[in-house]
Design a protein around this ligand. Sequence first.
Ligand code: APR
Length: 174
Amino acid sequence: MRIEAVPGDITRQQVDAIVNAANSSLLGGGGVDGAIHRAAGPRLLADCRRVRREKYPAGLPTGDAVATGAGDLAARAVIHTVGPVHAQHPDDGSDLLASCHRRCLEVAEELALQSIAFPAISCGAYGWRATEAAPIAIEAVRRYAAECPQSTIEVVRFVLLDHDARRAFASALE
Ligand code: APR
């Protein structure tokens, strides 16, 4: 499993799965959530509404992940996850952020996908500093790779829009 960090817009990535930093409603938002919904088109929201109805009537819990179709995006799936809001999880924030990454990889594995792109989950509206989040994210992926050597996932790519995140993930990868 190759882990890489690249600058760019996650909606332009040619990967099997694009991870969305969603909120528990799964009904869209700003930031990367807004960008993904804009690029994927209305079918993505329709898929999210169905997932809410059929699987998560109370909303997707923080730290969990669920896949939908990808609408007009080149990807095969969008995997939605809800990161911890920094201010709301002074104690278990790191575990929840690690869980977001592990659950997204598990969901991608269930779909036998080979490549997945992550944004810097919780590093925008949810208030995490990228310097805190990046080591947690990278460590969670490395642990998954060590525990699941037969995984179908060959490439895990962190796609980073802002400068702080780029620096933080690049140094966490070293
Ligand atoms: N490609 C890659 N990264 C992006 C993009 C994009 N097109 N747009 C934004 N980002 C980056 C931000 O720069 C930030 O580093 O994604 C990271 C996560 O920021 P947010 O999108 O604000 O996500 P988060 O902090 O997890 O907050 C989630 O915001 O948009 C709402 O509905 C969402 O309520 C949820 C909350």
